[in-house]
Design a protein around this ligand. Sequence first.
Ligand SMILES: Cc1cc2nc3c(=O)[nH]c(=O)nc-3n(C[C@H](O)[C@H](O)[C@H](O)COP(=O)(O)O)c2cc1C
Length: 476
Amino acid sequence: MDLPVIIQGGMGIGVSDWRLAKAVSLLGQLGVVSGTGINTVLIRRLQDGDGQGDVRRAMAHFPDQDYAQNVLQLYFLPQGRSQGKAYKRCSLPTIDAPLSLQRLNALASFVEVFLAKENHAGMIGINFLEKLQTSNLSGIYGAMLAGVDYVLMGAGIPREIPGVLDKFATQTEATIKVSVIGASSPSDIRASFNPPEIFPKASELALKRPKFLAIISSDTLALHLVRKATGSVEGFVIEGATAGGHNAPPRGPLQLSTLGEPIYSINDEPNLAAFRKIGLPFWLAGTFGSPEKIGEALKLGATGVQVGTAFAFCSESGVSSSLRQAVIDKWCDTGSAKPQAVFTDPCASPTGFPFKVAPLAGTLSELSLYEARPRKCDVGYLRQPALLSDGSIVYRCPAEPVADFLKKGGLAEETMNRKCLCNALMSNIGVGQTQDDGYEELPLLTAGDDLTHLKQFLRAGNRSYSAKDVIEHLTT
Ligand SMILES: Cc1cc2nc3c(=O)[nH]c(=O)nc-3n(C[C@H](O)[C@H](O)[C@H](O)COP(=O)(O)O)c2cc1C
């Protein structure tokens, strides 16, 4: 089977949406939608009136039409929200999420994959973050209902996911271990998704088992997955610390540069000889978005590369057009001045992983705007379950109001400089919340070090570029 040379990296929330993934797939490469936070994306698109009718067209193909109608009744606003009104929210993810939330999540990832695959035979993948354990099972199932070709997962050790794909391909219940802070025996606490119980009608359909690619940064983890995963792994995306989004932390104790960024060393370089020995296809990610770097990757034995930053700011990306333009203006119009580098922020992400931030005026990268934001946790994808001494489980996020975090057993120092990525990333794609107190949630852009090289995709005289421009440039 033909493997793609270019994987368009999954970019949450909603940056690599169905439009981008479809455009890439139509050009013969692997388009990847993001499954992160996809249920909120779906209900906000519906509350904004679903202008072109795409979401409703996809929903009309969902195998449980009673449920799809139910969602329309709850969230669809034909005229869109009235100005200044908050979006209606869905419930926040938990280990034992209510049936309604599991269904909504499955429907949302079905819609995204359905639209990305509509009317062509190209390949489509879906990306999830392993850390978001409580949402992943339903998201994977929904994507499989839409015939997704690849599942890609990073930000953790996705040892149990290959087995989940096998289970769902036979429409049987799958469970995964959930990491619970303070639990002595985490393997006892599992999240589950049982298709016949959750979608009785859909569970009678024949489903294809997608290929699984793990996004990792070390050969030790790759070997662990090959030996210990609950099913087959079809390849690896090896992502370095220059990539956009979250980065794996440096090995060993965290040391910061004078600018306050994590210091990576030669020890963090992947051992490609070890990967070649494993013998599975691999793709290199992290500043591989140029023809020269693709050539280099191929010479090193890679099947190809995974590229994110270049696609994040092309016309088909989910990033709102005003932000995309601001990025192109700032990073492509620098004259003879050196473009400003992205900042690898060790604190911004509630996950604790380093997170790349593009410094842009009007976004939470500005300290004053970050400090002016009233802390609030109303989306909740990055909350982590924690076991209290009385045996109860609470969900906490270091970016939530500090008093709430402390009440749930968290430490004050963990809350320092944390940013609410859930709300900010929704704002990046034009579906930011207007809070009840009138506060408009602000964006926060992530991009990799390749942000300073976007100019290579702009054709003379143009102020924007397309996914086709990226792929044509990269493959010539
Ligand atoms: C805006 C943006 C969002 C991203 N979000 C995710 C994500 O949700 N999950 C993920 O596995 N990788 C994410 N990434 C990483 C990309 O999938 C890809 O691996 C990376 O961007 C490749 O490096 P490059 O940025 O140098 O091209 C994101 C990258 C960007 C630029």
